[in-house]
Design a protein around this ligand. Structure first.
Ligand SMILES: NC(=O)C1=CN([C@@H]2O[C@H](COP(=O)(O)OP(=O)(O)OC[C@H]3O[C@@H](n4cnc5c(N)ncnc54)[C@H](O)[C@@H]3O)[C@@H](O)[C@H]2O)C=CC1
Ligand SMILES: O=C(O)[C@@H]1CCC=N1
Length: 267
């Protein structure tokens, strides 16, 4: 299989590394397309046998699968400035937030489109991707896509494309919410006089341990919270402050704002 990545940025490179790591593709069969010619030599150093090209030099793409990994805001430019049409047997896999299959099909004049929403832990093979496909994509093609996606972590096929904007808001953007909360906890630690490195260690190990308790306990989240929050104790004091300030609602509102933004990106 030959793969081209249109948009060799953070996600395009993460995906490429995962495919190579699991020998799903050889460097010789991978093409990375970048906007900026100045990036070519740095990318080539990292992937010495991969063909790295600038977008304005590309007059055709010789690949079975083309991964579209540019920002949604750059997609119209890409579509308008492609100097060739995709071949009928080529499959497109978009990881762009918000942009619908229909829009991709219309702007690229190509029917065979799979749309996926991965997340940044894909860099470590620990991501999760929701994906869906246009009608007419064969089972074999979907299995090929899933094998590639699974090299970046787990993947879930969704029948309903509209849910992908929710997946974008939940797991696509999700790592940033987690870092945000971790950052707030570390800063609270330093404010209480704990050295930053130590505060980071206390918080990250707490997150790791709590994550494993979620996955390895029969208890639901409320029960797990109750196990920590002694009556009249410290946790209760923290949770009361969170509730008084509607922290849970605010987090939910933020996530819904991300979904709305994904929907707007398609306009
Ligand atoms: N960063 C993340 O955690 C996630 C990002 N995504 C989606 O993945 C896509 C890429 O995001 P990132 O990798 O974060 O962005 P990025 O900015 O690191 O990568 C995008 C790359 O596309 C290149 N590009 C722009 N126009 C181009 C053109 N005409 N031809 C060739 N290359 C061109 C840019 O130079 C850049 O290197 C976006 O559509 C985003 O919505 C999806 C899931 C998670
Ligand atoms: O923030 C964004 O728009 C992209 C999509 C999901 C994560 N990053």
């Amino acid at each position: 299989m030959k793969i081209a990545v249109l948009g060799a940025g953070k996600m395009g490179i993460s995906f490429s590394k995962s495919f190579l790591k699991y020998d799903l593709i050889k460097q010789e069969n991978l093409q990375l397309i970048t906007r900026n010619k100045n990036n070519i030599s740095a990318i080539s150093q990292e992937f010495p046998r991969v063909q790295v090209l600038a977008f304005d030099e590309v007059s055709t793409i010789d690949a079975d699968l083309v991964i579209i990994a540019v920002k949604p805001q750059d997609f119209a430019f890409v579509a308008e400035n492609l100097t060739f049409k995709f071949k009928e047997n080529q499959l497109l896999l978009s990881i762009m937030a918000g942009i619908s299959i229909e829009k991709i099909q219309n702007l690229l004049h190509h029917k065979a489109v799979v749309r996926a929403m991965p997340n940044s832990p894909s860099l470590l093979g620990m991501g999760i991707t929701g994906y869906t496909s246009a009608p007419g994509i064969s089972f074999t093609q979907l299995i090929q896509i899933e094998r590639l996606l699974n090299s970046t972590g787990r993947s879930v096929y969704l029948e309903d494309e509209n849910l992908l904007d929710g997946v974008t808001a939940l797991s696509g953007s999700g790592p940033a919410y987690f870092y945000y909360i971790v950052d707030a906890m570390i800063k609270a630690g330093t404010e209480m006089g704990i050295e930053e490195n130590l505060s980071k260690l206390f918080v990250s190990q707490t997150m790791l341990g709590a994550y494993h308790l979620i996955n390895n306990s029969d208890k639901n989240l409320e029960e797990l919270i109750q196990d920590v929050a002694s009556k009249g104790g410290t946790t209760e004091a923290a949770l009361k402050t969170f509730d008084d300030n509607r922290l849970k609602e605010i987090l939910k509102e933020g996530i819904l704002a991300a979904e709305k933004r994904a929907q707007e990106l398609n306009n």
